[in-house]
Design a protein. Structure first.
Length: 393
């Protein structure tokens, strides 16, 4: 028993160390400012909407749908690794002790999102649906209990069926969870009783089948690898992560853009850098993601100061990260064999990033075209982006 618990403690410590190491690069100062303004703008719009929302608005069913969706996403965090297929075999009868700790952490880490979203819906349930605080609190307790059930049910299903058609199991659990929460908030006794019985009966088959089958190491190893890779890919948007390397795709549907670079010997580096930007996932999707965030803010946030701050922050992040990414490549390239000026690639990279900033500004301006002075938003993107290119090293 102690051996397995020690294995969990060591792995959990290493896992948390990895998370902390990369997250400090993700949640930097400028991102914290953006998050603060987005939450502030969202909270203001939400409070204004609550003042005018109709009592006919389906607040209860909306809450049930949101919470049902979140509690259904209960992928277990097991920290199982490839060598465990060999080294943990002698301790397989004691694996439940290990998984008890794993599922406890899975629930405690995932319940935070459930709790946060439910607290966001609390004012809507109170003001729009007219529910009493005591009933809303009962719904919160029920949501946490249902989350606990979802975590254990998904783990049992994945063990019993090696993850095959896990999406079907997840969809069923989402529907059951959402309808049950809505029924509790609506105080519908008969549906509550029926759904509680379903909750009890639903995982019995998985539990019985678990006892007949050995632990499917291959599935849980792959599940854990994919989960960690998702974390690394997210962190890689903000800093270099040695665990992954961005894939390269042709993106033939964007071939027409290469015509922007005039065919001439002096434009060789520009052409190569532009192809690098278009075809490298890390570079291309970085620009797409930051542009999409700025466009969404420009389209749906009707506070000029907030829009200006956020689109400016996105323009700064786009310019600084793309410039560093395109100029810091140390890989051998055939163009290094030719007698080109030492700073030719840096100049070409700055020019290509400038093109991306121009396009980003146009998209942001068009996204906010229904708001007053929408052209100011595009101007902010261009000015911030150009200043970043000129002042950064």
């Amino acid at each position: 028993m102690n051996n397995l618990l020690d294995v969990w403690r060591v792995r959990f410590g290493h896992y948390m160390g990895e998370i902390q190491k990369y997250m400090r690069y993700v949640f930097t100062g400028h991102l914290a400012i953006v998050i603060m303004f987005v939450l502030g703008a969202g909270g203001y719009k939400y409070s204004e909407w609550l003042k005018t929302a109709s009592s006919d608005f389906p607040a209860i069913w909306l809450t049930g749908s949101i919470i049902g969706l979140v509690v259904g996403l209960s992928r277990p965090v097991t920290l199982i690794r490839k060598p465990d297929e060999v080294y943990l075999l002698p301790l397989e009868t004691k694996l439940p002790l290990y998984f008890k700790k794993a599922l406890k952490y899975t629930f405690s880490s995932q319940m935070i999102l459930v709790l946060a979203l439910y607290l966001v819906t609390w004012p809507m349930l109170r003001q729009v649906a007219g529910l009493k605080p005591s009933l809303i609190f009962v719904g919160l307790v029920a949501a946490l209990l249902i989350k606990y059930w979802n975590v254990h049910s998904e783990f049992m299903y994945r063990w019993a069926y090696k993850g095959h058609y896990a999406w079907v199991d997840r969809l069923v659990r989402m529907i059951i969870s959402g309808v049950l929460i809505s029924s509790i908030l609506s105080v519908q006794i008969i549906p509550i009783v029926v759904l509680v019985v379903i909750l009890v009966v639903y995982p019995i088959n998985w539990r019985n089948k678990m006892k007949e089958l050995p632990f499917p190491y291959e599935h849980f190893v792959k599940l854990e690898e994919n989960r960690m890779m998702g974390i690394y890919r997210f962190a890689n948007y903000f800093t270099d992560v040695p665990h992954i390397h961005g894939s390269i795709k042709r993106r033939a549907w964007l071939d027409f853009l290469y015509g922007v670079i005039p065919y001439a010997k002096k434009n060789t580096q520009e052409y190569l850098v532009f192809r690098t930007f278009i075809r490298t996932d890390d570079h291309f999707y970085l620009w797409v993601r930051l542009t999409a965030i700025a466009a969404l803010v420009a389209a749906f946030v009707h506070m000029p100061i907030v829009i200006g701050v956020i689109v400016g922050a996105m323009a700064f992040a786009t310019a600084i990260q793309l410039k560093q990414a395109l100029t810091s490549s140390n890989d051998f390239r055939m163009d290094m064999l030719f007698p080109l000026p030492d700073n030719s690639r840096q100049l070409a990279s700055v020019k290509i990033v400038r093109y991306t900033i121009i396009v980003q500004g146009l998209i942001v301006g068009l996204a906010g075209i229904m708001t007053p002075y929408f052209y100011i938003q595009a101007l902010i993107v261009w000015v911030v982006g150009e200043m970043t290119l000129r002042l950064s090293k």
